[in-house]
Ligand binder design. Structure first.
Ligand code: HEM
Length: 470
C-alpha cells in the first residue's frame, strides 16, 4: 500500500538526519552515463539485482539516484516547490523554451489546468472521427501481402493524425493551397524541422552551430515558431468563428478570445502546439509498433482481442469508425496496451534535483542529488507485478488489480503526470482496432530497439503483413 507523502521528512540546511538513517547503496561511476544510454534496460536490471530498487549512479554527472520503489517514486514525483526542482540539461531546457510546463513551477498548475480541456475528455471524443479517418486512410496505402518495415510505415500515419489535432492545420501535399501563407511548402519539410527540433533536446554540446544537434535544433525551433505564428494568423483571418472543439489550437485561441488577460498569450499558444507534438508523435509511433510486436509474439492474445472486437461492434464487418462507446468497451485492448507500456516503457521520467535533503523510510536523499524514477526498475519488480517477466495483460484487469499508482509509471505521475496519456491511449486503441480488423501480421525475428531518448523499434525491422480476407 502506498503511504502518504507526509512521511517524507524534509531537512532544513544544517539539520541532522535522525539516527540510523542510511544512504542509497552503490558508488557513482564515471562510465555510468555511457552504460545507461547504451542499454538502459540492462543497466537497470543488473543494478536492481545487485543493489535493490534504489541506488546511486553517475548518470548525467554528479550523483543521480535511480528509484524503482513506489514510495520513493511518489516522493520524487511530488516535490515541486517543496524539495525538488526540474533537473534537465540546459540544452534540453533551451529547447523547451520558457513556455513549457517544466520551466515555471510557479505557473505550472495554472497552465496545466488551462491546457487540459484541449487534450482530454470531451475534446478527445470530438477528435475521434478525424483520428479514425486518418488511420483508416493511412493503412489503406499499405501494400499487402508484403514484408514491410514497421516503424517507417506507422510513424507517418501518427504524424498525419497528430499535426491537424495539435497544430490545428491540415496539410495536403497534393493541394498547394494548404501551404499558402505558411513558411513551409510540404509535409516532409515540416517533419524534417520536427526531427531537428527533437534531436536538439539531446544534444551534448551547447555550441550554437549547424554542426551540432543543439544548434540545428534551435534553428528548427525558430522555424517552427514562425510556422505556428503563420498558422495562427491564417486561422484568424479566415474570418469564421473558431470552433474550440476542432483541435487543440482552436481551444487555446477561443480561451484567449474569452479571456485576453488569461494564460494564453500568442507566444504560449505557439510554443504549446510545438511542444505537444514533440511530446506525442515519436512516443505514440513507438508505442503502436511495440504493441504490434508484442501481439506478434502472442497470437493467443490477438485471438482474444479479435473476439472482443466482434463483441463490441456487434458482428458488423464494415465498421470504419470506432466511437468512444466502442472504445470504452474494449477493456482487453486497453490492458494489452498497458502491458506493452509496462514491458517496453518508452522513456524514463522525472529528472528532479533535490533542493533540500529528505529522509524517507530511513534513507537519506541528499540535497543536490538528482532523482530519476525509472519504469525500467518499477515495472520489473515482483513486489509490484506478479511474474513480471510474463506478458500478461490480465494483470491490469480489476480481478488482479496490478499496476497501482507509482508502481506503473509509463506516463510519469504526481505533479507532472503526462497530460497526453488519455490521448495516447485513445490513438493507440483506434490504431490497434483498425489493424486487428484489417490485417494479419507475423514477426521476422527479434527487433532491435533504439533505447534513448525514447524506446523505439529500429527502422529496419520488418514484419510480414497480409490484408484479412485476401
Ligand atoms: C505513449 C505516449 C506518451 C508517453 C509514454 C508519455 C510519457 C510522459 C512522461 C513519462 C511524462 C512525465 C515526465 C516527467 O515527470 O518528467 C510526460 C509528461 C508530459 N506529457 Fe506525455 N507521454 C506520452 C504522450 C503524450 C501526448 C500524446 C501528449 C500531448 C499531446 C503529452 C504531453 C505531455 C505533457 C504536456 C507533459 C508534461 C506535464 C507536466 O509537466 O505537468 N504526452 N509524458
Amino acid at each position: 500500500m502506498v503511504q502518504q507523502i507526509s512521511e517524507v521528512l524534509v531537512l532544513e540546511d544544517g539539520q541532522t538526519p535522525p539516527s540510523g538513517t542510511t544512504t542509497p547503496p552503490r558508488k557513482p561511476n564515471w562510465y555510468d552515463t555511457f552504460s545507461y544510454i547504451a542499454n538502459p534496460d540492462r543497466f537497470c536490471r543488473q543494478n536492481l539485482e545487485q543493489f535493490g530498487p534504489i541506488f546511486n549512479t553517475g548518470v548525467f554527472g554528479g550523483t543521480t539516484i535511480f528509484l524503482g520503489d513506489a514510495k520513493a517514486i511518489q516522493m520524487a514525483f511530488n516535490g515541486d516547490l517543496k524539495y525538488t526542482e526540474i533537473a534537465l540539461p540546459s540544452t534540453t531546457m533551451d529547447m523547451f523554451g520558457e513556455y513549457s510546463l517544466f520551466q515555471r513551477p510557479d505557473l505550472h498548475r495554472q497552465r496545466k489546468s488551462a491546457l487540459r480541456p484541449g487534450l482530454t475528455g470531451q475534446a478527445l471524443d470530438g477528435y475521434l472521427p478525424y483520428i479514425n479517418d486518418a488511420i483508416a486512410q493511412g493503412i489503406q496505402s499499405w501494400t499487402t501481402p508484403s514484408r514491410m518495415a514497421l516503424y517507417p510505415a506507422v510513424e507517418p500515419i501518427c504524424f498525419d493524425v497528430l499535426v491537424p489535432l495539435l497544430l490545428g492545420v491540415r496539410l495536403d501535399d497534393s493541394d498547394p493551397t494548404t501551404f499558402e501563407g505558411l513558411p513551409v511548402s510540404s509535409k516532409a519539410e515540416l517533419k524534417a524541422l520536427y526531427k531537428s527540433f527533437f534531436d536538439g533536446f539531446y544534444g551534448l554540446s551547447k555550441w550554437k552551430s549547424s554542426l551540432t544537434a543543439y544548434g540545428r535544433g534551435l534553428k528548427a525551433r525558430a522555424a517552427l515558431i514562425d510556422f505556428m505564428r503563420a498558422v495562427v494568423k491564417k486561422r484568424r483571418i479566415e474570418g469564421k468563428a473558431i470552433d474550440p472543439t476542432t483541435d487543440f489550437l482552436a481551444m487555446m485561441l477561443v480561451s484567449q478570445q474569452e479571456n485576453p488577460d488569461g494564460v494564453f498569450s500568442d507566444t504560449l499558444i505557439e510554443n504549446q502546439c510545438l511542444l505537444e507534438l514533440w511530446a506525442s508523435h515519436y512516443n505514440i509511433s513507438g508505442l503502436v509498433c511495440s504493441l504490434m510486436y508484442q501481439l506478434g509474439r502472442h497470437p493467443q492474445i490477438v485471438q482474444k482481442l479479435r473476439e472482443e472486437q466482434e463483441r463490441v461492434v456487434d458482428g458488423q464487418s464494415n465498421v470504419s469508425t470506432f466511437s468512444s462507446a466502442h472504445l470504452k468497451q474494449m477493456e482487453f485492448l486497453e490492458v494489452a496496451i498497458k502491458e506493452t507500456l509496462r514491458t517496453l516503457p518508452p522513456s524514463s521520467t522525472a529528472n528532479r534535483r533535490l533542493t533540500k535533503s529528505v529522509v524517507l523510510d530511513g534513507v537519506l536523499y541528499e540535497k543536490g542529488c538528482v532523482l530519476i524514477a525509472e519504469p525500467r526498475l518499477a515495472h520489473i519488480r515482483s513486489e509490484h507485478f506478479q511474474e513480471p517477466e510474463v506478458f500478461a495483460p490480465e494483470r491490469f484487469l480489476p480481478e488482479r488489480g496490478e499496476g497501482k499508482m507509482y508502481e506503473f509509471i509509463p506516463f510519469g505521475g504526481g505533479v507532472h503526470a503526462c497530460l497526453g496519456a488519455q490521448m495516447a491511449m485513445l490513438v493507440t486503441k483506434v490504431f490497434a482496432s483498425h489493424l486487428l480488423r484489417r490485417f494479419d501480421w507475423t514477426l521476422t525475428g527479434e527487433p532491435q530497439f533504439v533505447q534513448f531518448p525514447l524506446k523505439k523499434m529500429k527502422d529496419n525491422y520488418q514484419i510480414d503483413i497480409t490484408r484479412r480476407g485476401n
